[in-house]
Write a protein that binds this ligand. Structure first.
Ligand code: HEM
Length: 131
């Protein structure tokens, strides 16, 4: 097990903390919207950066030859965020713009999002300590 500083893993954890702060402030609508939009931009930029970084993912698959399934789970749960982020933004904007008053759909999508976002962080932590 190695402990070393990994910028993208730190960013992953930091964004998750800000997401929790943003969610806890949902009653203050404008603060909630601003924090969640900022987190969405940062999170999607991080996802693209990690994916496009030269050879990073290919190298990991080679190193993880013994337990590749955890990496596959990580890739799969991270990929769902590409759909869950826009889904939360669209459903949230409808409430914010007064198009819908029932927050039920947004809440269900938000809870699903939080589960998958947590799994992304948890599986990346497992991978970090396994290689
Ligand atoms: C993944 C991102 C997001 C998560 C996890 C999230 C989570 C939540 C949660 C848990 C609630 C409370 C729902 C309820 O108790 O019924 C909420 C409310 C709300 N969200 Fe989001 N949200 C996200 C993104 C957004 C975005 C991007 C917008 C707007 C563009 C937005 C706008 C709102 C509004 C207007 C409310 C109602 C506020 C209230 O009166 O409680 N949300 N959100």
């Amino acid at each position: 097990m190695h402990f070393y500083f990994d910028g993208s893993h730190f960013a992953n954890a930091l964004i998750f903390v800000f997401i929790l702060i943003g969610v806890s402030l949902h009653a203050q609508r404008l603060a909630h919207v601003r924090i969640m939009i900022t987190c969405a931009i940062a999170d999607l930029a991080l996802l693209l950066y990690v994916e496009l970084r030269d050879q990073a993912v290919e190298d990991l698959f080679e190193k993880m030859a013994v337990i590749p399934w955890i990496l596959w789970i990580h890739v799969a749960v991270s990929a769902t965020l590409l759909f869950l982020w826009p889904a939360c933004i669209v459903s949230g904007s409808k409430i914010y713009r007064g198009k819908v008053t029932d927050t039920g759909t947004h809440k269900k999508l938000a809870m699903t999002f939080l589960v998958f976002r947590f799994l992304t962080l948890a599986t990346s932590t497992l991978i970090k300590h396994a290689v």
